[in-house]
Design a protein around this ligand. Structure first.
Ligand SMILES: Cc1ncc(COP(=O)(O)O)c(C=O)c1O
Length: 367
């Protein structure tokens, strides 16, 4: 019997193969490969989907984060507060922009930042807070917005794992000053290579990102801004994303269903799905099916033995990463550090078969 994979991107490509081939074929014959009609149409469609006035397609989610930080006025030496349990993407973007990442602990139930965990970490040098909607669960953004407004600090959403999530009728990407998305192939909305986007309601911020993603040009061949770079969403990726976007809600619903099945299989024992209580809410889109367990290595071995692939998202908190460890030696984040030892990711992708989900549940019931 074949293993149950953590993810299998080829299944989604197969399910859309005819449409994808036609769209890619039309890009091929158009002769227009960068910043063309597919890109323009995707920017409009994704802005509409996220409820934002502006979408700017960029090369990947890490660039999207960096450009979002620059767009809210971050300058070298400023501090950016974020969580330490989301694998360094925000910290990498901050370091690249000459900013200092500072880390707040997360809520033990949701593993997300809250206003209460962020507040003690703010200093007069804090210019922005980046809230990551980890594993596809929207953070409680309202109180964070209030906190940031009172402190005169910008709030950035990292929506890389939460495309399509909604807080009531407000989509991920419309909850803060500016938002960053990744379209890395494993994301809920994934391209066929790297891709990302910045979305915002603010026209000046949007214009700044538009300029920075293309060399810092104010007009063709006229560089008016420092910090420019080449980071654009290409036509092939935009065309593929346009095919996939209309399916996002259905895929997200299937992901929630899968996580719900796992939560049910675990029951009320000592192990739990981190967002098992959120599977009836569109504020959760099941990007990763993560459980917490005090016996991770044994559980992982039992799953592996049964042919179930697993992973750990993420094993090393940002403040303990080699590149940041010395500067953060005195930082203690007990919830984050404990979670790094207890989280275990189970297979979850919209094209999983019922049989595969059942095989995972059978093992979970016996743990
Ligand atoms: C939470 C989060 N933020 C940012 C990123 C960075 O995106 P990318 O890999 O497209 O640079 C990712 C994924 O890779 C992510 O999961």
């Amino acid at each position: 019997m074949a293993d149950v994979p953590l993810n299998d991107l080829s299944r989604q490509s197969q399910s859309l193969e005819g449409e994808l081939r036609a769209a890619l074929g039309s890009v091929l014959t158009s002769g227009w490969y960068v910043l063309g009609p597919q890109h323009d149409a995707f920017e409009q469609e994704f802005a509409a989907a996220t409820g934002a006035a502006h979408c700017i397609g960029v090369g990947n989610g890490t660039d999207a984060l960096e450009l979002a930080l620059l767009s809210v006025g971050c300058r070298p030496g400023d501090e950016v507060v974020t969580a330490a349990n989301a694998s360094m993407y925000t910290a990498t973007a901050a370091l690249k922009a000459g900013l200092t990442p500072r880390f707040a602990d997360v809520d033990p139930a949701t593993l997300l930042l809250t206003a209460a965990t962020v507040e003690p970490v703010l200093t007069p040098r804090t210019r922005a807070v980046v809230v990551t909607h980890l594993y596809g669960r929207l953070a409680d953004v309202g109180p964070l917005r209030d906190l940031c407004r009172a402190a005169g600090v910008a709030l950035v959403e990292d929506c890389a794992q939460a495309a399509g999530a909604r807080d009531g009728d407000r989509p991920a990407g419309s909850l803060a000053d500016v938002a960053a998305f990744s379209f890395f192939p494993t994301k809920n909305l994934g391209a066929l290579g790297d891709g990302g986007a910045v979305v915002t309601d603010d026209p000046d911020r949007a214009q700044l990102v538009r300029s920075l993603r293309q060399y810092g040009w104010s007009s063709k061949y006229t560089v008016s801004l420092p910090n420019g770079r080449n980071s654009r969403l290409d036509e092939i990726q935009a065309a593929a994303l346009r095919i996939k976007l209309p399916h996002l809600d259905a895929w997200n619903a299937r992901r929630r269903e899968i996580v719900g099945r796992y939560a049910e299989a675990l029951g009320d024992g000592v192990r739990r799905m981190v967002h098992g209580a959120d599977v009836d809410s569109t504020a959760y889109v099941g990007h990763l099916a993560v459980m917490v367990t005090e016996t991770r290595e044994a559980d992982r071995a039992a799953l592996t033995e049964a042919g179930i692939r697993t992973d750990v998202h993420y094993p090393v908190p940002d403040h303990r990463q080699p590149v940041l460890a010395a500067a953060n030696a005195a930082v203690s984040l007990p919830v984050t550090e404990r979670a790094a030892e207890q989280v275990l990711t189970l297979p979850c992708f919209a094209e999983m078969t019922d049989d595969e989900i059942g095989r995972v549940c059978d093992v979970l019931r016996k743990l």
